[in-house]
Design a binder for this molecule. Structure first.
Ligand code: ATP
Length: 924
């Protein structure tokens, strides 16, 4: 019902807002029906602050830094440093202090890197979160504008539609069947009808204040206007909400797997390291005697090895790769709302897409009209008959499009494309929609909703009240008792309904979206007659049909081909007629031979077993209800697929939430749909979903690359040391205190190659065939598909090469300096071979030389190379920290060994890829 009335001001002081009438509320908040001026709103915002619930304090930089020291391995490292310092002091060997200092330096650098990565990821998340902040429509300077909810001030007039979040506490001043869902506040799930009447009682429970709307609750039906009465922490929800804690960044499934893996590796590493430690001690005992054992060195290198074995940087690297990926997705017009969703996106195997606006352009043009038994193309309408004119005018009247004439005498139309098409029909047939609207003003209405698929308005026409209903023909025919047969009103018969149904199908087969228009005449105003929804939308007289084209988006056909190559199934879910959906789905390549199209009703009749059996064949669902959508998502999820589902209406929120990737439309979507979604499409376009999945796949595969790289390098380091204490004993009987690498060297390689190269790998460009592979099966672990094996053998390769480098270095080293020479060559080969190995990891299949270059990896390679050379060329660092050989006196043979062995992993892995590709090509 429409209520706008103004009462006299009475006893304003004692009254609470719900007791006041509209005029009093407006006056109390110094506003008017035109809204505030923008200057006043700005002033109020400055005075009272943003309309937001207070957030918990952000963690300080120091607290974040401190957090980094809570890590188990960091604690081990600090203990190791203490032992190193103590050892140096007890043994009175100040040169041993450097080891302890190096460990402390590494701990600090690691902590700083950790904080920097965390902040970068947080910033990215924060800025993206802002993009999906809820918006609301308010009247400012007499105009409707859309603003951020945070900018709403007391006194603002809010324009409410179904699907909006209520931005603050409000007093309703206009209600057209307004209903809200207040479960967020009161827990009551049934929508509450809102009106503008003042309430006389003093004490009224929140849920019974029918003229008040509360912040964070949802408009589920109807529309209206309201005055903002309190904002932010002054609202009811603000009063009960204790501080909103700043949302902790949720761990993604992969991060959880990795941190679990880290813990397992820590246990294994400690075990292996203990064994290595014991072997070294026993060996020293039996060779040099217990008093000469280099306890500190052995202990330190064991600790270093333990640290090297654990991929402690991986969770942070995954976060940063996901956060950067999220930023790239924004450029592709997809706003992701959580990090876990970015990770899931790449595994999407089913995309359930709306038709209208996502697969099609949502630019509707009516091309056909139908009155009982006669079709007329719009282009052929010259002198419309009385009934045809009625059909056109009724289409203008039962319509929420706002129509204005511009200064250049052009029509400006704002509204839903389906309804704009009806206004356009009036203009195309030389009618004047503005005049029609002024002549027959609306006195009552039932808004459109996608469950009823109907809309009704009531107008005073020639002294009588006429309700006009438009909507889905099949729904409307079922409610008709009469038909207007070119002026004569006849009772409908099954034959007449058949004729209309046939025509509806003929239009739909031509991919037209069809609306039926019907009416009903009353002698008195509907309010006087106290008509219910059902009264208004029953016993209708059918007038005719209009058929409109909504062309497919041109880019969608290619996107569908891409999804097919990528093993992704696209499913069309639409509220539209089955035949229209089938025609468009066939044209786009969604519906092919052997596939099925069903309606929501047919789905309702299916048992769960029957549905699951047919599920893989069904590619089109027409005339669906929001509940149908939830059932479709759930069914696909039970088959283990990762499902993406689009939606825009308030009723779509459950299916959006249920899907693995809930997608809301940025342009046409309601705030509620956006609030429920994981991803918001800023252009509403299906092709964007496909590019987002492509980006998601790249992000996932880049994370896998970082994991592959780090773990294989760690294994390389362990194998090197392990070979030293096993084969090393046999090969170097004269070196009882043999250390393949010093603790400082292991820690350095771990630090330098770890973070930089791994992050650079996380920024790899797309591999050419990223969309030519089936979706990743999330139930299989990250090491499925051979990654585990690759990590293992490539790690072993690096280990053997480093050990070989040490061995050769020992053989060619000068007498008396053999050990240091061997260590230095081993150190160089371990570090540089890992830098080259990063190029192997760029693709599991393709040669690195055939891929698009990754500039970040090239920068990281040269940067790390320079750092590595610093460790041997800068005398202070070389002598005091790493204890390396004097490389300035090296022969060409030494360098040849370093270069030759360092590139070996690259050569070997390239060769293996080449042979594998050859074999698989032959098999194909
Ligand atoms: P999709 O779900 O693919 O976006 P859709 O836009 O057709 O498809 P709905 O908006 O739920 O889905 O519309 C369902 C049906 O309701 C339409 O096929 C049409 O017949 C009817 N309809 C759509 N808009 C209106 C409207 N403004 N007034 C009356 N009936 C409408």
């Amino acid at each position: 019902m429409v209520f706008i009335y103004i009462e006299r001001k009475e006893n304003m002081k004692e009254k609470t807002v719900f007791q006041m009438n509209v005029e009093e509320v407006l006056e109390k908040h110094q506003t008017s029906l035109k809204g505030l001026s923008s200057a006043e709103a700005k002033k109020r915002l400055e005075e009272n602050g943003p309309n937001a619930l207070a957030e918990g304090k952000k963690r300080s930089l120091f607290a974040r830094l401190l957090d980094q020291f809570k890590d188990f391995m960091v604690i081990v490292l600090i203990l190791a440093a203490v032992v190193a310092f103590a050892g140096a002091i007890i043994q009175n060997k100040p040169e041993e202090l450097t080891e302890g200092l190096l460990i402390i330096a590494i701990v600090i650098i690691n902590a700083i890197l950790g904080v920097a990565q965390e902040s970068k990821a947080e910033q990215a998340l924060e800025s993206i979160k802002k993009m999906s902040n809820p918006h609301t429509t308010v009247l400012r300077d007499g105009q409707e504008i859309i603003i951020d909810v945070a900018d709403v001030v007391v006194g603002d007039i809010v324009v409410l539609h179904a699907g909006d979040y209520i931005p603050a506490d409000i007093r309703i001043i206009e209600s057209i069947n307004l209903k809200t869902d207040e479960s967020a506040l009161t827990g009551e799930p049934i929508p509450v009808e809102k009106n503008i009447d003042s309430i006389s009682q003093d004490e009224v429970a929140l849920g019974d204040r029918f003229n008040i709307g509360y912040m964070s609750t949802v408009v589920t039906y109807g529309r209206g206007l309201a005055v903002v009465t309190s904002t932010g922490m002054q609202t009811e929800i603000g009063k009960i909400a204790t501080m909103l804690s700043t949302t902790e960044t949720e761990l993604t499934p992969l991060q959880k797997t990795i941190s679990k893996l880290g813990k397992t590796l820590a246990i294994i590493a400690l075990f292996v390291v203990t064994i290595i430690f014991i072997i070294q001690i026993l060996r020293g005992w039996f060779t040099v005697g217990v008093e000469n054992i280099a306890w500190i060195e052995i202990f330190m290198s064991s600790i270093a090895l333990a640290v090297a074995a654990i991929p402690e940087g991986l969770p942070a690297i995954i976060t940063i790769v996901l956060a950067i990926g999220m930023q790239n997705l924004v450029k592709q017009r997809a706003i992701m709302r959580t990090l876990p969703a970015v990770e899931t996106l790449g595994s999407t195997s089913i995309i359930c897409s709306d038709k209208t606006g996502t697969l099609t352009q949502n630019v509707m043009t009516i091309t056909e009209t139908y009155l009982y038994d006669s079709t007329t193309k719009v282009t052929d309408i010259v002198n419309p008959t009385k009934e045809l004119k009625m059909l056109i005018d009724y289409g203008v009247l039962c319509n929420d499009t706002k129509v204005q004439l511009s200064d250049e005498k052009k029509y400006i139309k704002i509204g839903d494309p389906t309804e704009i098409a009806l206004t356009d029909l009036s203009i195309a047939t030389h009618d004047n929609p503005i005049k029609v609207l002024e002549t027959y003003p609306r006195v009552h209405e039932l808004p459109f909703d996608s469950e009823r698929k109907l809309m009704t308005t009531v107008h005073e026409i020639d002294g009588k009240y006429v309700s006009i209903t438009k909507g889905a023909p099949d729904v409307l025919f079922a409610k008709a008792t009469h038909v207007n047969n070119h002026g004569s009103i006849e009772k409908v018969t099954p034959a007449i309904i058949d004729t209309f149904t046939q025509q509806n199908q003929d239009f739909a087969d031509q991919a037209l979206r069809v609306l039926a228009i019907a009416y009903k005449v009353y002698e008195q105003k509907p309010e006087v007659l106290q008509l219910t929804h059902d009264d208004l939308e029953n016993d209708l007289t059918i007038l005719g049909l209009v058929g409109m084209i909504d062309p497919a988006r041109p880019e969608v056909k290619d996107a569908i081909i891409e999804t097919k190559n990528a093993g992704i199934i696209t499913i069309m879910i639409t509220g539209d007629h089955k035949n229209t959906a089938v025609a468009i789905a066939t044209d786009l390549g969604i519906l092919e031979q052997g596939h099925l199209a069903i309606t929501g009703k047919e789905l309702d009749r299916m048992s769960d077993e029957e549905f699951l059996e047919k599920l893989p064949q069904i590619r089109v669902y027409a005339r669906v209800s929001p509940e149908n959508k939830v059932r479709i998502v759930t069914a696909w999820k039970t088959t283990g697929k990762i499902v993406a589902m689009t939606g825009d209406g308030v009723n779509d929120a459950p299916s959006i939430k249920r899907a693995d990737i809930g997608i809301a439309m940025g342009i046409t979507g309601t705030e509620v749909a956006k609030g429920a979604a994981d991803m918001i499409l800023t252009d509403d376009n299906f092709a964007t979903i496909v590019s987002a999945v492509k980006e998601g796949r790249t992000i996932l595969s880049n994370i896998k690359k970082a994991i592959h790289f780090l773990l294989s390098c760690n294994i390389g380091e362990i194998i090197t040391i392990f070979l030293g204490v096993t084969i090393g004993i046999l090969l170097f009987p004269n070196e009882p205190q043999l250390q393949i690498l010093t603790a400082a060297q292991i820690l350095w390689v771990n630090l330098v190659t770890d973070s930089f190269m791994a992050i650079a790998l996380g920024l790899e460009p797309k591999e050419p065939d990223v969309m030519n592979q089936p979706p990743r099966d999330n139930s299989k672990g990250v090491f499925a598909d051979g990654l585990g094996k690759k990590v293992a053998w490539q790690g072993v390769l690096i280990g053997f090469i480093t050990f070989l480098a040490f061995y050769i270095g020992y053989l060619i080293g000068d007498e008396g300096n053999k050990l240091q020479h061997a260590q230095t060559i081993g150190f160089m080969v371990l570090a540089i071979s890992q830098l080259f190995h990063a190029f192997n990891v760029r693709s599991e299949k393709h040669s690195t030389f055939k891929l698009q270059p990754n500039k970040f990896l090239i920068y990281a390679f040269f940067g790390c190379l320079v750092l590595q050379l610093t460790t041997v060329f800068v005398p202070f660092i070389a002598n005091n920290i790493f204890g390396v050989d004097d490389v300035l006196h090296w022969q060409w043979l030494d360098w040849l060994v370093v270069v030759g062995l360092s590139v070996t992993p690259l050569v070997v892995v390239e060769l293996v890829k080449f042979i594998q590709n050859r074999c698989s090509n032959k098999l194909a």
